[in-house]
Design a protein around this ligand. Sequence first.
Ligand code: AMP
Ligand code: MG
Length: 513
Amino acid sequence: MGPNLVAGFWARVSWSPRRAAPETPRFATQGHTSAVSAASAGRHLQGVAVSFGAPDTLVSDGGIHLLLAGEIYNRDEVAKALGNASAAHGSDATLVLAAWHHWGITAFRILNGRFAALLLDGGGRVVVATDHAGSVPLWLRADAHGVDVSTEAKTLAGLPGTPLDVAGAQLLPGGTGVHRVQAGTALILETVQGEVRTANRVYTWTPPVSRAAVGEEIAVGRVRRLLAQAVQTRLRDDPEPTVVLSGGIDSSGVAAHAVAHSGLVHSVSMGTEASDEFGPAKVVAGHLGTDHSEMTIHSSDLVRELPWAVWAAEIADHTILEYLLPLIALYRRLPPGPRRVLTGYGADIPLGGMHRHTEPLDLLDSVIAHDMATFDGLNEMSPVISGVAGIWSTHPYWDRDLLDCLISLDPGLKRRYGRDKWVLREALARMLPAETLSRPKLGIHEGSGTSSAWTALLLEKGVPPGRVEQCKAAMARRMHDLIVLRTRHPDEISFDEVLAATEKGRTRHALEQ
Ligand code: AMP
Ligand code: MG
């Protein structure tokens, strides 16, 4: 039971043995760690994989070595295209290696998955690749003797050696030399004596900007079929998957399809003493027959999870951190043990769910295009969010094929007859209770009262109302600096100290002006 996969890794590929291997990297992801090593064309790969279950870690074939974190969802399709149906029965890493042999770098344009990959090819070149959405963040740092690659930036931030620029990857501010591999990108790095060169940058996916004006029936049928497939492939035959259920249309749709393909589905809803969505979630759970539970977390405890959210998401954006808080808090309070979680995260982005008050359709479509052009780097869907609790999570609405379909639908199918996310609601029409189908969207931070909790705490501490947003932003930046760039553990970081330091820094700054 439960996931069987590599959830993250760190590895160094070096061409000079000068740097001693660092101590075991401190991942936020809680799995079991195992060492990996390989050599090819005078390059040495040494690293650590952090896993759930007992998966293949490093796979090798013909002098090519691959470290794959995450999983592939179009396994059957890929195996068929390879002309090797049995390839669908091996590990995902083996399948990706076979795809590499067949297509080379183009393999990453064919894979539909939630993954990050590091490959050392027969010529000693280093290939790093993310999935279409960069949903497993991937970071790297180069120096004169090698390249360190990791699924967690914090494991690279404190490394010795003068960092070098890596063309084609995005440098993280803060002077640590850590770069992020962008969503839907594969980079080929050549490691020539004392130099790292980007030999090629290949884009493997970009959000479509064209739109399909199809009839209602076709659109609804397509969404229904692709959602069913996205959920089914993410269940990976887990006999007891869990759905984090708000009772909104997105997570309820995932739960409905999970129930259709799985013996026993657990569902769990969280709320705070200030607010919850327990009623609507219970209606869905009762209708579908899931094993449902509720969890109430005090909002002041929720806010104190902030350092954990920073540790997991490795971002400094306070708005996104606020969205992630309730989920992190929920994951950390689930009973321990192997667990595969499906969420309804992200449906609103291609469907414009957050923009239900944006009136003209062309404007709705513009904000959708904008949101799809700016998601990269927010790390909202990082597996580390649940990985801090030893849990694997995956997000069906960001399945590549479903996402392509949702983005490219005529906006008039997204808002129709005065209803937001109309096409999704129709696609789920026979699977959910009427009241769920017509329930308006509530963001996770609204439903659980998280934003008000952070705000309330700041007001209570004397931050003037007009400066709350600014204070949140400064606190988030400071936490990112301490936890990601200076690799402190979240338990060592107190909300109150960060607030005090932020306010002190501001006063000093104001006096100097
Ligand atoms: P939302 O911001 O509502 O779109 O939330 C994103 C996803 O997080 C949902 O689709 C659910 O899977 C999950 N989620 C949101 N709110 C809750 C909640 N109160 N309890 C459990 N899961 C939730
Ligand atoms: Mg919701």
